[in-house]
Design a protein around this ligand. Structure first.
Ligand code: S5P
Length: 250
């Protein structure tokens, strides 16, 4: 983030490998992180991963596969390491729901820690009516605290610092990243319950670190226009970074 002066992560939720790679090559210079849903690519083969890894080196960004694991430890270890996608072999970061309890982190860590991967826990979701509130969010934060060798942060809508802490907990050196999806400058939501806030609200008012932006940058994927993608990436990058600079200088 510091090196590239950006706290923008672009979520590349398109179904054709060609569009997926074209968007990543276009936004690459402006992001710290590319977020993928690899299982929505219709013409997937292993060359997509080779190219993604080349782009990650070319543009200096990390790869975050938004897999949202949600099963028992043994199953998620297999889903993370094996199958068609072999996520652990290429995604620097992945994420998991806290709903199965600490065993999901144990299962994923058995694969991810030896590969020096990082895990993000979903502590709050952006969708309308999400059940990730109150004691669920607190327990997700406690799960992260218990595995700081692997859990590097949260998907959330607010800073999580003191949430779920008990008296006597030493939080002084705690520095979890907070990645916020549901960010848009032009819309307040979509027709399926997504809710958007501005980078300013998310980063400055709520203390999140990274903004995750999908459709706000690439629009409708069947009308891909790389010039507009580049323009929007620059726009979100400055909105996110300005808000971040304001927050850290407060
Ligand atoms: O709570 C969440 C968690 C995630 S990871 N809300 C979300 O929207 N996401 C993801 O962020 C979602 O799966 C999608 O890939 C992205 C938001 O996309 P956008 O097009 O609405 O910006």
């Amino acid at each position: 983030m510091e090196r590239k002066q950006t706290n923008l992560s672009v979520s590349v939720d398109v179904t054709k490998a060609k569009d997926f790679l074209a968007i990543i090559d276009t936004v690459g210079p402006f992001v710290c992180l590319i977020k993928t849903h690899i299982d929505i690519i219709e013409d997937f083969d292993s060359t997509v991963i080779d190219r993604l890894q080349e782009l990650s080196k070319k543009h200096d960004f990390l790869i975050f596969e938004d897999r949202k694991f949600a099963d028992i430890g043994n199953t998620v270890a297999l889903q993370y390491s094996s199958g068609v996608y072999k996520i652990a072999s290429w995604a620097h970061i992945t994420n998991a729901h806290a709903v199965p309890g600490p065993s999901i982190v144990t299962g994923l860590a058995s694969i991810g820690v030896p590969l020096q991967r990082g895990l993000i826990l979903l502590a709050e979701m952006s969708s309308k009516g999400a059940l990730t509130t109150g004691s669920y969010t607190e327990d997700a934060v406690r799960m992260a605290r218990a595995r700081r060798d692997f859990v590097i942060g949260f998907i959330a809508q607010h800073r999580m610092e003191t949430i779920g802490a008990s008296e006597g907990d030493d939080l002084a050196d705690e520095d979890f990243l907070v990645l916020a999806p549901g960010v848009g400058l032009d819309a307040k939501g979509d027709a399926m319950g997504q809710q958007y806030r501005t980078p300013e609200e998310v980063v400055l008012a709520c203390g999140c670190d990274i903004i995750i932006v999908g459709r706000g940058i690439y629009g409708k994927s069947d009308q891909l226009n790389t010039e507009s993608v580049e323009e929007q990436a620059k726009r979100y990058r400055s909105a996110g970074w300005d808000a971040y600079k304001k927050r850290v200088s407060l």
